[in-house]
Design a protein around this ligand. Structure first.
Ligand code: DOR
Ligand code: ZN
Length: 424
């Protein structure tokens, strides 16, 4: 028998042994259950928790065009290290991923650098050049391998164009991911509008710049009876709209990010450009509303919006710095803070970071059922690590938790039964 045993791990609070049959799951045997044959050999997981390999539906891998920030190889290495086996890469590259040649290039780069995974799923541009004027060739992009469409980085203001994009994408059986931002309302803003923007004397972005577009999308999803996915939700007003939409069974899904669940606008008080992100960090009450929304499944997914930038780009006056937080390395550890504080359960994280993204975007996620690909991570909840330029695998060191100690570490990451990370 070619079985591999991984002893001494915890699945759903039960300790036991995971058995792999080459690249597939054979089963899980709890310690209280059947005994394992004496000669069985394998890995001692030292009490680690077993979770499915994670899926991130929102990353920026920067290649082609901005390889000094990140490339597909370094981005996927960061994904592997952070526990993500599948990532959906946004189209705001240079050139933009609005044609089959770019999509094929991204897939080829990933295959070349990481043949065993993590795997990249390109997101095609919704409009040519992300300009918001005419549709990108959605069918061509789908055929080349795009798994969704988005103008992420810039909202689509033209409602008629957006409506047509949603209809075409639905004909192709793919989702539109909307970056909800009304440009007229957000224009020139660099932080959340309110107390902090007044205090710092910086132009603010009001939360209604997001929630107004959320309401448009809810109304369109209802009118067309076609699903729309909402990217990086940051405020309570949006949560309320999504909650009401779901109560009426309107086909809306939504994601938020670890930074909106952990941090509020106070982080930018000392003009810290590492905390500059779009949408901006909001108020404490927005953070609390988002926490409740992920725990009660009003928001379906936690995605990183991994947005690596070079140090020299962030080391400029606040208003000039680019938006974005590097997230792949730290996302799981940051979310484990919420587990430690009993705001979420470990099961919730498996749902928010694996099973829900898999269901919504039609990707595979391991449920530890016999015959499924053995895609999983072993997480040591007690192991701490310090966030430093050297410990971040991503080329982007731009995170406000730089210098902090995080608790919880991916000790091993298996894809199709093969370790892509092994820290034992
Ligand atoms: O903070 C952000 N960074 N928000 C976006 O929408 C785009 C992203 C980027 O590409 O850097
Ligand atoms: Zn993004």
């Amino acid at each position: 028998m070619a079985y591999t045993y991984i002893f001494n791990l915890v699945l759903n609070q039960e300790s036991g042994t995971l058995i792999l049959d080459r690249d597939k799951i054979e089963g899980f045997i709890s310690d209280s259950g059947k005994k394992i044959s004496a000669e069985a050999k394998g890995l001692d997981a030292r009490g680690c928790h077993l979770m499915p390999s994670l899926i991130d539906v929102h990353v920026h891998l920067r290649e082609p065009g901005f390889e000094y920030k990140e490339d597909i190889s370094s981005g996927l290495a960061a994904a592997a290290s952070g526990g993500f086996g599948r990532v959906m890469a946004m189209a705001n590259t240079e050139p933009v991923n609005d044609n089959a040649a770019i999509t094929r290039f991204m897939l080829a780069q990933a295959e070349k650098a990481h043949p065993l995974g993590p795997f990249v799923y390109p997101v095609g541009a919704l409009t040519r050049g992300l300009q918001g004027r005419e549709l990108a060739p959605l069918a061509e992009l789908a055929l080349a391998g795009c798994k969704a469409f988005s103008n992420d980085g810039i909202g689509v203001m033209d409602n008629e164009l957006f409506r047509r994009a949603v209809e075409y994408a639905s004909d192709l059986n793919l989702l539109v991911i909307d970056h909800c931002e009304d440009h007229y309302l957000s224009s020139g803003g660099v932080v959340n509008e309110g107390r902090i923007s007044n205090y710092l004397g910086l132009k603010g972005i009001p939360d209604v710049a997001e929630s107004l577009q959320v309401s448009r999308d809810v109304l369109l999803a209802a009118y067309l009876n076609t699903p729309i996915h909402l990217a990086h939700i940051s405020c309570e007003a949006s949560v309320e709209l999504i909650y009401r939409a779901k109560q009426k069974s309107i086909p809306i899904s939504a994601e938020t990010c670890p930074h909106y669940l952990l941090w509020d606008e106070n982080l930018v008080k000392n003009y810290n450009t590492l905390a500059k992100v779009n949408p901006p960090l909001r108020t404490r009450s927005d953070v609390l509303a988002l926490r409740q929304a992920v725990s009660e499944q009003v928001i379906d997914i936690v995605a990183t919006d991994h947005a690596p930038h070079a140090d020299f780009e962030k080391e400029v006056p606040f208003a000039q710095a680019p938006n974005g937080i590097s997230g792949l390395d730290t996302a799981l550890s940051l979310c484990l803070r919420l587990v430690n504080r009993k705001i979420l359960k470990l099961d919730d994280l498996s749902r928010l970071m694996a099973s829900a993204p898999a269901r919504i975007f039609g990707l595979p996620a391991c449920e530890f059922i016999r015959g499924q690909p053995a895609d999983f991570i072993l997480v040591d909840l007690e192991q701490d690590w310090k966030v430093e330029p050297d410990t971040l695998v991503s080329r982007g060191k731009n995170t406000p938790c730089l210098g902090e100690k995080l608790e919880g570490r991916v000790m091993a990451h298996f894809l199709n039964g093969t370790p892509v990370v092994n820290r034992f």
